[in-house]
Design a protein around this ligand. Structure first.
Ligand code: BGP
Length: 473
């Protein structure tokens, strides 16, 4: 396709970046906060504890001032459920409400629109002990929490995300320590999709409640969407990619947007005796609820091929990438893509492909809620020369502009992460931020903030509304 009619970014485009509470805040048991599942699980390599992270809990003013200096229009952060309700239900912790009031007000004072994620991998430990999402009461727990959020912050927060990466929770939850499979469970797949069903229901009810309580607000889901390529043009590989696309991506959005279970996923679950138990009325609730937009995290694409029916799966398969499902699909290497230092494939054109496909399926405004390059950064004389990150972001922003020119309605771009924080799998050594935070895996350091080269570059990008993507002089 020719690019002679390249469209500009919309005037009200939300440039900014993202973080999540348990990865950035620290102060994990401060001011009445209760423990979450993240506080009791095994931490990423080298991470001593979550009580410091980037110390954003205490330094949010400095951090938001730096975001403002970069020109941010939007800041996506998550609220820790256990700061608001230390036990997940029951008494509200006023200190937690006060803290997020301060963060929200600070954003607004800088002219930055807050985008609040309600749940980002941090189930209250007290609720984990009661079965987490496996307990059907989790729907009410979440809706009760949502009500407190809407009541407390809804006068100022106009954009909400429900559950971060519900698809990753379902596909690899136990690996990231956020999906609780009860001991002795005999059908893990069924249990997993039962939990998924409860999350979908909780999300649908929270979206409805938001629309009732806050008619001016907008709310949407935030799955991780990676288009799945077939490894070849063999019809069986195309079929394998359709199946993994449905399982990895579309089942979440089909449900959030249309309130229907994807037929390919349903058949897959039937074949494994793993369809979730659905209570009469559940599907009506899902159908009645509608997101106003779709938030999605994009890091890479996946590639799969047909998996022989007699294939024996050994060890832990990479389920995000397709894993191996005998008779269905298995992960295949994509020889066309380079990789990051941490082995993640880099596919900027796949970002455009993903947006085009999503928009043609759902026709809703969309916002990228994560994208970015995790790398080992080095601080030298107060500087971080992260040209590799600039290259990565530029390649993706170019594709974003092409997608907008394709007619995809994009509201904003919020890469991961505004500042360095603790990676889900790799501790602080895997850095994503525009702002360098002086700390080590062992959490030794001054915690001083430094502007990386990408900070100055992104500032220029925002100042020109995405027109100038050239290198720094
Ligand atoms: C997403 C999560 C984020 C973040 C990011 C980078 O899946 O929503 O919380 O962690 O991935 O992943 P990692 O930290 O493993 O590099």
């Amino acid at each position: 396709m020719l690019d002679k009619n390249l469209k500009p970014f919309p005037d009200d485009f939300f440039w900014g970046a993202s973080t999540s509470a348990y990865q950035v805040e620290g102060a994990n048991l401060t001011d009445g906060k209760g423990p979450s599942c993240q506080d009791v699980k095994e931490l990423p390599a080298g991470t001593a504890s979550l009580d410091i992270c980037a110390d954003h809990y205490h330094r949010y003013k400095e951090d938001i001032a730096l975001m403002s200096e970069m020109g941010f229009k939007m800041y996506r952060f998550s609220i820790a459920w256990t700061r608001i309700l230390p036990n997940g239900t029951g008494e509200v912790n006023q200190a937690g409400i006060d803290h997020y009031n301060d963060v929200i007000n600070c954003c607004l004072e800088h002219g930055i629109t807050p985008l609040v994620t309600m749940f980002h991998f941090d189930m209250p430990d007290a609720l984990d002990k009661r079965g987490s999402w496996g307990n059907r009461e989790s729907v009410d727990w979440f809706v009760n929490y949502a009500k407190v959020l809407f009541q407390s912050f809804g006068d100022r927060v106009k954009y909400w995300l429900t559950i971060n990466e519900q698809n990753m929770l379902t596909l690899v939850g136990p690996v990231i320590g956020t999906m609780h499979i009860p001991e002795g469970c005999t059908n893990v797949l069924k249990e997993t999709y039962q939990q998924n069903h409860h999350m979908l229901l909780a999300q649908a009810k929270a979206m409805q409640l938001c629309h009732q309580m806050l008619p001016d607000a907008k709310i949407g889901p935030a799955p991780n969407i990676s288009l799945v390529y077939p490894a070849s043009c063999k019809p069986e590989d195309i079929q394998a990619s359709q199946e993994f696309n449905a399982i990895r991506n579309w089942v979440y959005l089909d449900m959030a947007v249309y309130g229907i279970y994807n037929n390919l996923v349903w058949r897959f679950l039937e074949e494994h005796d793993a369809t979730p138990d659905i209570v009469p009325g559940d599907m009506d609730i899902m159908k009645a609820a509608h997101p106003d937009f779709i938030g999605f995290n994009y890091y890479s694409t996946a590639t799969v091929q047909k998996c022989p029916a007699d294939f024996a799966v050994e060890g832990e398969a990479d389920q995000q990438k397709g894993g191996a499902e005998a008779g269905y699909f298995m992960n295949a290497a994509n020889p066309n893509l380079p990789k990051t230092e941490f082995g993640w494939e880099i596919d900027p054109m796949g970002y455009r492909n993903t947006m085009r496909e999503m928009y043609s399926r759902y026709h809703l405004p969309m916002i990228t809620t994560e994208n970015g390059l995790g790398a080992y950064d080095t601080l030298e004389d107060g500087k971080v020369h992260d040209q590799y990150r600039i290259n990565y972001l530029r390649d993706h922003i170019q594709q974003l502009r092409l997608a907008i020119s394709d007619g995809v309605q994009m509201m904003g771009y919020l890469p991961w992460s505004a500042l360095d924080l603790v990676s889900t799998h790799e501790g602080i050594r895997k850095r994503y931020g525009f702002i360098y935070v002086d700390t080590t895996d062992e959490q030794v350091g001054t915690l001083d903030r430094y502007r990386k080269d990408s900070f100055f570059w992104y500032k220029k990008v925002i100042a020109t509304n995405g027109q100038d993507l050239s290198d720094l002089a």
